[in-house]
Design a protein around this ligand. Sequence first.
Ligand SMILES: Cc1cc2nc3c(=O)[nH]c(=O)nc-3n(C[C@H](O)[C@H](O)[C@H](O)COP(=O)(O)O)c2cc1C
Length: 143
Amino acid sequence: MVSFLIAYATWSGNTEEVAELIEAVLLNSDLDVTRYRIGTGPIPDVNEFDALIIGSFTWDKGATPDEVKDFAAEVGYKPPNVYVFGTGDTQFGGDELFCNAAVKLARFYESKYAPLKIEQSPRGTQEIDVINWTEGVIKQWAH
Ligand SMILES: Cc1cc2nc3c(=O)[nH]c(=O)nc-3n(C[C@H](O)[C@H](O)[C@H](O)COP(=O)(O)O)c2cc1C
């Protein structure tokens, strides 16, 4: 069974909501999922999973939060299969800086799949975007 680690940072809960939705879609397809909130206890062994799904909010003019940078440093290598999602808010710098942490993480991990960008909470009209994105991730593993 394909195993996924969803590692995400959240401050006010939006990124966690996205992580929970992604988890639900993966579980619905009978996939193996571990959800880990960055900064809470020991980091799971990334090496034990087939894929890493990493999520982050964006901070301070397009910045990646320190805890996410620390996570990447502690993991210490770039896993081969990484998918990135993020939440942000266009009022902090328009389209240019929207979800910039997710964009930067996708570049850093050389993700082959476009990062998911969600404006604030995914509940409501953006829920379908999370579902479609996750189903796209699942398709990458359908052999
Ligand atoms: C001080 C501050 C700066 C922010 N800067 C950005 C930004 O540059 N780009 C962006 O897309 N969102 C920015 N945001 C919005 C957050 O990324 C957004 O609210 C996010 O959903 C919060 O995630 P969380 O609820 O998981 O903590 C900023 C928010 C705050 C409070």
